[in-house]
Design a protein around this ligand. Structure first.
Ligand SMILES: Cc1cc2nc3c(=O)[nH]c(=O)nc-3n(C[C@H](O)[C@H](O)[C@H](O)COP(=O)(O)OP(=O)(O)OC[C@H]3O[C@@H](n4cnc5c(N)ncnc54)[C@H](O)[C@@H]3O)c2cc1C
Length: 420
């Protein structure tokens, strides 16, 4: 679930900027200049937030509710940056403000820098939002955004109006923000945002129905994580491209790390077809906040769709005697064959009185639906806390219906299996 603490900080930062900007307007500014620089400043603050979130720092995971949420906010902030930049560009007066020295101004090509950064920003946004461009193709060009950020700082530090604004209150706020943004950018660019790398050797590659289980043996220490967390998996060797995120499906107490990977595209297909025991893998993490054990609600509904099973698998494998909260677990798959690990889940549910398992097979007309849950769950829907992981349409549909039934947002936790 997206936590509001992080969003509130962004809103507060923008509000402070707006207040300072409007409270101390330089006398040379026309209304149009004030409005336009206000939008440009807000765009820059949003871009800085986007840059800062790319650091993946744990403190921000806490504020936003996990790395996947941070990336969602990063994307939304980036989109609004482009919108604000465009309106700023079209609204800024083209003539120089009175009092600006023409010669000094011509030595600082602010407008050209601004134009170049805006064009790159809009292209970058188009590429980022275009789902037809695959993740691996998009990833490296996206790094151009770092250059755009530096250009934007160059633009406003050289802008003619800054001769009046640099030491105005809102100008100082922008300069401070730029300093923080640059530190964050350098931190990310030089790879310092990668959490501890743990080395593993591949012990087994098990083929499942449309998925592959990769079992890893630690070279040194075992990775410490909580059930429901994920990590970036980096297969060593050429042609294995960038790291991919996967939820850890083993329990923290196990001496092996297990990932269950659905065959979806080139990389996951290659894992299934080419990955061999004995190879080396670097795992970076853990990340994520999809943790049912943190909740103080003893009645929980877990809903997994397909490969969305993995965080629950880890939770179930990690379950101890003292974990006696009432859990209703709906596991939706196309059919019994595709319901991977169903036997193991049935054994766990049979052994534990507190877990009720509901296998749902869409080919038999059984879907994860709230009206069905209403009939089957004891008590009211509002008595429970919900944890959902699965395909986006399923997750969105369930969330919508739960809200209609009066379940509060803070009682619905979802894990998104995508960043972009
Ligand atoms: C937090 C999280 C947890 C996940 N847990 C699991 C899991 O337990 N099991 C599982 O099967 N899948 C999981 N996924 C999804 C998994 O990362 C993708 O299915 C996989 O990376 C697809 O790679 P591909 O090249 O085979 O497929 P593609 O067809 O290239 O990609 C399919 C989608 O996966 C995403 N993706 C691709 N490459 C990357 C990357 N390097 N980094 C981030 N996203 C990428 C993109 O959104 C893309 O649209 C998880 C994703 C996230 C974000």
């Amino acid at each position: 679930m997206l936590r509001l603490q992080g969003i509130n900080i962004i809103v507060a930062l923008i509000a402070i900027f707006v207040i300072l900007h409007l409270a101390f307007i330089p006398e040379q500014h026309t209304l149009r200049t004030t409005f336009s620089t206000l939008l440009g400043g807000i765009g820059f603050l949003l871009m800085t937030c986007s840059v800062v979130l790319a650091t993946r720092l744990e403190v921000f995971e806490e504020m936003f509710g996990g790395l996947d949420r941070m990336y969602q906010v990063h994307r939304v902030a980036g989109t609004f940056t482009a919108v604000f930049a465009l309106v700023h560009f079209f609204s800024i007066p083209k003539e120089l403000p009175g009092g600006v020295d023409q010669v000094i101004n011509s030595t600082f090509p602010s407008a050209q820098i601004g134009m170049a950064s805006m064009v790159l920003l809009v292209i970058g946004l188009f590429v980022a939002l275009n789902r037809k461009i695959s993740y691996s193709r998009w990833r490296n060009p996206h790094k151009v955004m770092a250059l755009v950020y530096v250009l934007v700082i160059g633009h406003f530090m050289n802008a003619p109006g800054i001769f009046f604004e640099r030491f105005s209150a809102s100008g100082i706020l922008l300069i401070l923000t730029a300093a923080i943004g640059m530190v964050a950018l350098i931190y990310t660019m030089f790879g310092m945002n990668k959490r501890t790398a743990s080395r593993f050797t591949i012990e087994a590659v098990n083929s499942l129905e449309r998925a592959t289980e990769v079992v890893l043996k630690p070279v040194d220490e075992m990775l410490k994580f909580k059930p429901g967390q994920f990590a970036f998996v980096e297969v060593q060797g050429k042609d294995w491209s960038e790291p991919h995120p996967f939820t850890i499906s083993s329990a923290p107490s196990e001496d092996r790390l297990r990932f269950t990977m659905k065959v979806l595209g080139d990389w996951t297909r290659k894992v299934r077809e080419e990955l061999q025991p004995g190879g080396e893998v670097i795992v970076r993490g853990p990340y994520g906040r999809f943790d049912a054990s943190k909740s103080d609600c003893r009645k929980q509904v877990w809903i997994a769709g397909g490969i969305g099973l993995t965080p629950f698998l880890s939770k179930l494998r990690a379950m101890e005697e003292k974990d006696d909260g009432e859990i209703h677990f709906a596991y939706a798959a196309r059919n019994k064959e595709e319901a991977i690990f169903l036997d193991e889940l049935e054994t766990i549910a049979a052994d534990r009185e507190n877990i009720t398992l509901y296998p749902l097979f869409s080919e038999e007309g059984d879907f994860a639906r709230i009206d069905v849950a209403k009939e089957r769950l004891p008590g009211q829907l509002t008595d429970y806390e919900y944890f959902i992981c699965g395909p986006k349409p399923m997750v969105e549909g369930l969330m919508k219906n739960l809200k209609v039934e009066g379940v509060k947002c803070k009682r619905i936790h979802v894990e998104a299996f995508e960043f972009r």
